[in-house]
Design a protein around this ligand. Structure first.
Ligand SMILES: O=C(O)C1=C[C@@H](OP(=O)(O)O)[C@@H](O)[C@H](O)C1
Ligand SMILES: C=C(OP(=O)(O)O)C(=O)O
Length: 418
């Protein structure tokens, strides 16, 4: 049975809206895992509530942590890490890469599996690293069964497919007897701000991390301090809403935009300005005002790959060509995002082309049609962005936004004044 179609609303007037956003997926899932490994009970406030966050809570619960909820706050009581359990990672990169190193602390086997496409996402370098550190793992991708213990020490890993391979080892690293030293060898690691986020959150939990040498990260063994922390809004999920301001010639404000952050979504301030928006940040939040016209862009998105679907949607509506570079690793995301974006933009009459490491998108008038989403939350929001300008776009399976933003369709309607 095919997934239902969501008629994407068109913007009939300039969008003027303030859009508060739920917590960051990346901060939430790091904070939950660190809390489960901490030296006492902790609190994660304004956490994201979504499929990826739920999968993390279920995984950590299976491994022995206690969770109670109060609105969007989680109270976490760590416990000894226990084995003999099965974990569903869904399609969540943060669950499939962050939880196995923790499971290597368990007293028995832990079995991992996920959605059909999760079996295709890169896991091999992480599982090899866990083997090199002492674990037994019976496969090179999902599904696999892992048995510790891991004593820690030095390991070399090719993390060019995903920064999460490094973050995963670091997050549990302090709990290995010998800590962990990770050396990257290979093409450049993508999404470095996400590694900076890992380092920053570990340090905030009292863990000693040395990242002074390029491509080497050392995590000292020791306790992870329990914390009471507030999660920042998800800046990557701000992208489609801010794009709406640009396309419609309106203004969108995202409250509580942090002045300092490791979230890659902060780069939207520069990217959208380059594409023609007026952007300002003050105590009321981030304000983006558009003219209705979008300029094409030549951008290296290697560090901020998860912004690509929105930038590509804007590029498909732009008045000049765009070149998006440094994003070959997006082929291993929720779906092959380069292929998916080219296919769907071109099905609507656009002119997009895949390159070795990115996309070329040239201006061409688009028409309505079905925008397929491949179980990718950011493909769904990209379809919604195009639909604001192009009548008759129907996004397949808008519910896939539940991976990180279950309220997307309602928030979109509210933004448009419905
Ligand atoms: O560590 C994280 O929270 C993330 C790292 C990035 O992964 P890649 O390095 O695989 O791009 C990013 O794209 C993903 O959405 C979240
Ligand atoms: C790549 C992404 O997710 P994941 O955490 O599953 O890797 C994303 O959200 O764009």
């Amino acid at each position: 049975m095919s997934a239902p179609l969501w008629p994407a609303p068109t913007a009939t007037a300039p969008v003027t809206a303030t859009v508060p956003l739920p917590g960051s997926k990346s901060v939430t899932n790091r904070a939950l895992l660190l809390a489960a490994l901490a030296d006492g009970p902790g609190v994660v406030r304004q956490a994201l509530r979504s499929r990826d966050a739920d999968l993390m809570v279920h995984a950590l619960t299976a491994l022995g942590a206690g969770f109670s909820e109060e609105r969007d706050d989680y109270h976490i009581v760590p416990g000894p890490v226990r084995g003999g359990v099965s974990i569903d990672v869904g399609l969540a990169g943060t669950v499939m890469r962050f939880v196995p190193p923790m499971a290597a602390l368990a007293d028995g086997e832990v079995r991992f599996d996920g959605d059909p496409h999760a079996r295709k996402r890169p896991m091999g370098p992480l599982l090899d690293a866990l083997r090199a550190l002492g674990a037994h793992v019976d496969n090179d991708a999902l599904p696999f069964t892992l048995r510790g213990p891991v004593r820690g020490g030095e390991v070399t890993i090719d993390a060019s497919a995903s920064s999460q391979l490094v973050s995963g080892l670091m997050l549990t690293g302090a709990r290995f007897d010998k800590g962990v030293t990770i050396r990257h060898a290979g093409e450049p690691v993508p999404s470095m701000p996400h590694i900076a986020m890992t380092v920053q959150m570990l340090r905030a939990a009292g863990v000693t991390v040395d990242d002074s040498v390029k491509d080497v990260w050392h995590v000292e063994p020791g306790p992870i301090a329990a914390r009471d922390l507030v999660v920042e809004p998800d800046l990557s999920n701000a992208a489609p809403f801010l794009a709406a301001a640009m396309i419609s010639g309106g203004t969108v404000i995202i409250p509580a935009w942090p002045y300092e952050t490791t979230q890659p979504g902060d780069s939207l301030r520069h990217l959208l300005a380059e594409m023609g928006a007026e952007v300002s940040l003050d105590d009321s939040g981030l304000r983006v005002t558009g003219t209705g016209a979008v300029s094409g862009i030549d951008a290296d998105l290697h560090e901020v790959g998860e912004l690509t679907p929105t930038v590509a949607a804007l590029a498909a509506l732009a008045g000049s060509p765009s070149r998006l570079r440094g994003i070959a690793h997006l082929r291993g995301h929720e779906t092959d995002r380069l292929k998916a974006l080219v296919t769907e933009i071109n099905l609507l009459g656009g002119d997009a082309e895949e390159t070795a490491d990115g996309l070329l998108i040239r201006p061409r008038a688009l028409h309505g049609g079905v925008f397929h989403t491949y179980d990718d939350h950011r493909m769904a929001t990209a379809g919604a962005v195009i639909g604001l300008r192009v009548p008759g776009v129907e996004v397949e399976n808008i519910a896939t936004t539940g991976k990180t933003l279950p309220e997307f369709a309602r928030m979109w309607a509210r933004m448009l004044g419905d």
